[in-house]
Design a protein around this ligand. Structure first.
Ligand code: ZN
Length: 135
């Protein structure tokens, strides 16, 4: 299964059931999976940065979070573990307050909306995905 981030008409993916689908329309898609009804699907429409705690400069091993909101009103919270002062690994994703099951191959940074990448960049961090194996 592939899960993709989206905001501009590309394919959408459901984190819960793995359903990949397309949405054709002028408005942002409604933010529900048509197969299982889950809200843990790709962001809808423009994604705005909501908040982050990157300035907290947690020590290596610590976790920081970036939250962004899409046009369907869902919060996407991305958790990063700091490897050192300049590198962070994506370790958790929550959509609308609910943790999303981690894919067996680990999280891909392809999931990150551009606004999240930008704020990491502004804070001198680059993100890597799937740096560790599960369990
Ligand atoms: Zn689904």
């Amino acid at each position: 299964m592939t899960v993709r981030s989206n905001g501009d008409g590309g394919p959408l993916g459901c984190h819960d059931c793995g359903h990949d689908y397309a949405y054709i329309g002028v408005d942002p898609h409604p933010g529900y999976c048509p197969a299982c009804g889950s809200r843990a699907v790709s962001p809808a429409g423009a994604v705005r940065l909501h908040r982050h705690d990157l300035e907290a400069a947690a020590p290596p091993g610590g976790e920081v979070h970036v939250t962004a909101t899409d046009e369907s009103g869902r919060d996407f919270r991305y958790g990063f573990r700091l490897l050192d002062r300049h590198h962070a690994t994506l370790v958790s994703v929550r959509v609308a307050g609910r943790p999303v099951r981690r894919p067996p191959q680990g999280w891909s940074t392809d999931l990150l909306p551009p606004v999240v990448r930008e704020v990491l960049d502004e804070n001198g961090l680059s993100s890597t995905g799937a740096a560790e194996s599960l369990d």
